[in-house]
Every structure is written in C-alpha cells, then in structure tokens.
Ligand binder design. Structure first.
Ligand code: RIB
Length: 326
C-alpha cells in the first residue's frame, strides 16, 4: 500500500526534551521543588513526523542530530572537549524516530550537540519551553538541497520554524517548483518574507502566533480572513480548549470543536494535530473531517506524558472516534 502513497516529508527540528514537572511555573528568580523529571524525544518537526507515522502513513524526516564524527579518546569514549563529544542524544533521537516508523535516511549527523528543549510542565497543564537548537541550527540550504529529490517526491511537506528561516524558505521554494503542498506550522512565530505566503497550502498558527502575524489579537473569523488574503489555500487556527477554526480560500470556514478529556501534558499536542491533519488530508478527507480526526489524535496525546511518547496509533484514534460517536 505504501508503494502508491507519496510520503509525508517533514523538514524540521529534532530535540531531546528535558521535562521537569512542577506544582506551577515559577516566577523569575524563584526556586521550586519539582516532582518528576524525564528525558524524552521531542522537537516540533520530529513530533509531527512521529504523529503521522504512528497513524500508519509513510513518513520521511529531513533534519540533523548531533554527534558527527565522534573523536574517540584512547579509552574509546568520545572526548568531552571535542564538539562531537558534547552530543549525548543524537543516537537515541534517531533510534526513536526509526522505532516509530519514521524514515531517517535523510537525517544527517552534525558536529556538536543535538537540539535540546528544557521544559517545565505545571500541575495545571501549563508549560514553558526553551529550545536550544544545536544541530537543528546547522540545517542549512545546502542540507535541504541534498534532499531535494525526496522533498519533491512528497505528497505533502510539513515545516515549522525551529530551523533557520532561510532553510525553511528554501524548502518552500523547492515545493513550489514541484507543486508539493506545504503545511507550515509557524512555531515559534518569527517574521516571514512576503513571498512565502502563496507557497504555503496550510498555515496552522495558535492564537499567539496568529496575533504575531496579524499585529493584534483578532477573532478567529477575522484572523482567518486576513491570513487567507495573503495567498494561503487554507488556515487552521489552533485554539486549544476552544477547538480549531478551519477556513479555506474562497470556501467554507467552520469551527471543529475539541473533545473533552482530562489532560495531563499538552507538550506536543499541536504537533500531533498537524501530523494527523496531514495524514487525513492525504487520505482524501475534507479539511473539517480531517481536523476532527486530528483533534481526536491530539485529545489522546494530552492524556499521556511526553511529546513523541504520547502520539496515538491509528487503532487508538479510530476507537476514540467510535467511543465519542463520530
Ligand atoms: O511542540 C512541542 C515541542 O516544542 C517540544 O517537543 C520541544 O522540543 C519544542 O520543539
């Protein structure tokens, strides 16, 4: 079956998340005693790739982890003083992608450390994330050009903004030249050149990100209208507990309301939505049905800890939809 499906290609970040659970997010200058710590694979790009692969879709990842050309000292251990010796997580990140069904042939090893993300998750579900790009910051245009054939072969390309902006722009240009639709998750929000807007099929900001691009907070109806005017084909405004507002250029605009679940960890939930939304679109569902499917996947993910660790399988999403009478 995979032979007739063009893969989803994710060009994006691969991080190790260093997650501390705390009673609440501390104030500046404050020390809190936490309750739990976990080292767990993340990165918006890798999360979206794993989300799609767990749903049974062929997925290829383009990106970088650290640990290239480890210089071993006489005892056989990587020297902590070499750039390569600073990488602790590269192999584990690659192994986790592969174990989740994501193709890793286009993930390169860069000298130096892999990307990491110290994260605080508070008991009320709030989180706070800092990303240190590491190898992700070395994914340059030349790296993307090396994978241009793979990118052109995609059914859809998923990007986020945790790689250098010129790299993302290069991916969009390759896709535009080959007629490959792109889903751009503008996270973390950063200024984008005007030329990219009509190279993006689906733009999926959360509320803060949408406000960043529009210069002010707006009601979803207004935000979607103004974003679509820039040349996008479709917009998904991810509004957490309110659901998702899905609008297509020259067509319908409607809310997809969320499922009610008891969430314990929302890290990666937006990524889960994007991966599942891409799968459902490529399987031929209309955008609102696809968003409903993605919303179910994301709802399951928030009931579990970790980003990639929380991504549900196809069976889990199908069962969830049956249980919720969809
Ligand atoms: O979207 C969640 C992700 O953001 C985390 O996994 C973290 O690595 C950062 O990239």
């Amino acid at each position: 079956m995979n032979a007739i499906r063009k893969p989803i290609v994710v060009v994006g970040s691969i991080n190790m998340d260093l997650v501390a659970r705390t009673p609440r997010i501390p104030l500046a200058g404050q020390t809190l005693i936490g309750t739990d710590f976990a080292t767990t694979p993340g990165g918006k790009g890798a999360n979206q790739a794993v989300a799609a692969a767990r749903l049974g879709y062929p997925v290829e990842m383009v990106g970088m982890v650290g640990g290239a050309s480890c210089q071993a000292n006489p005892s056989g251990e990587a020297s902590p003083h070499s750039e390569a010796g600073q990488d602790v997580f590269g192999q584990a990140l690659l192994d986790n992608l592969a174990a989740s069904g994501v193709g890793t042939a286009a993930v390169e090893r860069a000298a130096g450390p892999s990307g990491v993300a110290p994260i605080l998750v508070a008991d009320n579900g709030e989180n706070l994330i800092v990303v240190i790009p590491g190898a992700n910051g070395k994914v340059d245009c030349a790296a993307v050009d090396r994978q241009a054939a793979l990118i052109r072969s995609a059914g859809m390309v998923l990007c986020q903004l945790e790689l250098p902006l010129e790299t993302v722009s290069r991916v969009l240009a390759i896709c535009a030249g080959a007629g490959v639709p792109v889903m751009l998750d503008p996270a973390p929000a950063a200024p984008l050149p005007d030329r990219i807007w009509n190279q993006v099929a689906w733009f999926t900001p959360n509320e803060t990100e949408a406000a960043f691009y529009l210069g002010k907070k707006s009601e979803p109806e207004e935000a979607a209208k103004r974003l679509l005017e820039r040349g996008l084909l479709g917009v998904v405004l991810k509004r957490g507990g309110e659901g998702a507002y899905v609008a297509v250029a020259g067509g319908k605009a409607e809310w997809v309301r969320p499922f009610s679940v008891k969430g314990i960890d929302t890290v990666g939930a937006g990524d889960c939505f994007n991966g599942a939304f891409a799968v459902a679109l490529l399987e031929g569902r209309d955008p609102w049905t696809a968003a409903r499917f993605a919303s179910a996947a994301a709802a399951i993910s928030v009931t579990r800890r970790g980003a990639q660790a929380s991504m549900p399988s196809r069976e889990e999403v199908d069962d969830f939809l049956v249980q919720h009478k969809v």
